[in-house]
Design a protein around this ligand. Sequence first.
Ligand code: AOF
Ligand code: ZN
Length: 357
Amino acid sequence: MSRALELAARGPAHGPNPRVGCVLLAPAPHGTGLPDGASPDSLDPHPRAVLAEGYHQGAGTPHAEAAALADARARGIDVTGATAVVTLEPCAHTGRTPPCADALVAAGVAEVVHAVDDPNPAATGGAHRLRAAGVRVVRGLRAAEGEELLRVWLTAVRRGTPYVTLKTATTLDGYVAAQDGTSRWITGTAAREHAHRVRAEVDAIAVGTGTLLADDPALTARVRAHGAASAEALAEHQPLRVVVGLRGIPPTARVRGPGGELLHVLSRDVSQVLGRLAEREVRHVLVEGGPTLATAFLAAGAVDELHAYVAPVLLGGGRRVVGGLGVATIADAHRFRTVEVRRVGDDALVVSRKSVE
Ligand code: AOF
Ligand code: ZN
């Protein structure tokens, strides 16, 4: 399963599909004799040869199981009686590709061990279908690691709305702009480069019309061009550009330039915005501001993760990062759980997640 998790992580972080890895192991020399539904703790402790492996490279390409079976076929390896170790329960549906449960049965696999059950209502039922065909199924092996790897996708699919990451870039005293509205640049180059790498891993970036009109952001994921110190190039994956609000987008706005598709959501209602994104199979949206949109998402309890870039800069006044959240007393404070603190150039990045589900 360690190897399967490693393989899974090679898949793209963005896109509608999960990152999944699969390893096919040689049959146990004398059979594991594991009862169907056995606990992961009772797995055969003897090392077994890896016959083949595969991982999912994104929507429309073969699933991890299909990739591993293809790998075995390409190398002329017989997988009869093999054990398939997969990070996610094999699917039972015909989506963009055929059902993996059937492919594993057809190939003669005797046993399937998976980390996480598939919550996707369209695809679920693989374990049941495998058992019906006489394949032993063991679920929940290294489930915590599987859950962590698939955190964004699982949250989005279980809930039916995208995982929301709110990005802020502030001074130490919590301002995003000075009194006169100037804001370039509070955080440094390293923090901005980091933020661009995050953009390249999400499905959508959202800003309000206020920020669009004030800052004219391009909302693209950019990387430093090869060999050039200052030149920038568009990253391979460009997230959907989402503008939220009732005001129009000027014809000359940079957001209309080269980059991801542009979606204007003519509403300030957070659940409507998330609904529109869910329809487009967006699993991860990065909310980049400004204060009005950030406040709306926080007030709605819709923020799953915070990326707070904090610069060692003080303004003593100006535009606050968020407005009123209706918090009158400390017991009502919005609290998050910090999972990472990192130095990025001269700035700090604090990554926190929602503390209660
Ligand atoms: C993947 N890769 O390796 C596995 C998946 O419509 P499709 O064919 O793209 O199927 C996507 C669903 O299949 C996905 O949401 C998940 O429930 C299931 N398993 N998906 O993209 C894989 N094993
Ligand atoms: Zn599948």
